[in-house]
Design a binder for this molecule. Structure first.
Ligand SMILES: CC(C)(COP(=O)(O)OP(=O)(O)OC[C@H]1O[C@@H](n2cnc3c(N)ncnc32)[C@H](O)[C@@H]1OP(=O)(O)O)[C@@H](O)C(=O)NCCC(=O)NCCS
Length: 180
């Protein structure tokens, strides 16, 4: 059943164990990321604490208030010319996938990105990640290109697809972001 998330809010340090567990599921799946190193709650707590206001982490909750997904806006490139671009991550717990939670998280990430003043979101993914591809296409991301044999996972080459979405086509090209 497609129920989406009961709530999406900014993640706190208390969410670190759930975020680590959900991220580790994505790492183990070998469908979501070239990351291979499992995370601990402590490492994710430090990761959360190090993020500034331009790089929020959102948590998706189910009806009982349990964290069943997370998403983040990530730095794309430290050069000021790229200030208007954010990369993002979205991960849903295995048992909660296919219920609209990823869709709700990406909508919330886009809303948050617009509110911060980002002009564009970009992502890198595996073309074989059917759920991810469907999600991004539904949200209007376009394919920039495919890096062939770009990563190596478990002794095999992996292609990586790069996608982008301009959030506000009307935004003047010379508008600057307000720095926090
Ligand atoms: C990719 C992911 C975030 C999508 O979140 P989700 O909550 O499972 O997806 P949703 O229920 O919101 O569905 C989004 C779209 O994908 C489709 N979809 C969901 N699961 C699918 C699957 N296994 N195969 C094909 N399409 C699928 C849905 O039908 C929906 O499309 P629609 O709106 O046209 O019907 C989630 O599956 C996940 O966390 N996967 C592991 C981590 C990962 O791959 N993250 C992305 C890294 S690039």
């Amino acid at each position: 059943m497609r129920t989406g998330a009961a709530e999406i809010r900014v993640a706190t340090a208390d969410d670190a164990p759930a975020i680590a567990r959900i991220y580790n599921e994505g790492i183990e799946d070998r469908l979501a990321t070239l990351e291979t190193q499992a995370r601990t709650p402590e490492e994710r707590a430090a990761w959360l604490a190090a993020r500034g206001p331009r790089h929020p982490v959102l948590a998706a909750l189910d009806d009982e208030g349990a964290v069943v997904g997370w998403g983040s806006l990530n730095a794309f490139n430290s050069r000021p010319a790229y200030d208007h671009v954010a990369d993002f991550s979205v991960y849903v717990a295995r048992e909660a996938r296919g219920r609209g939670i990823g869709d709700a998280l990406l909508t919330a990430l886009e809303d948050r990105a617009r509110a911060i003043g980002y002009h564009k979101l970009v992502l890198a993914a595996f073309p074989g990640n059917a759920a991810g591809m469907r999600l991004y296409e539904r949200h209007g991301f376009r394919t920039v290109g495919v890096y062939r044999e770009h990563g190596r996972l478990d002794g095999r080459w992996v292609d990586v697809i790069v996608m982008e979405k301009v959030l506000d086509e009307e935004r003047p090209a010379n508008t600057r972001l307000d720095k926090p």
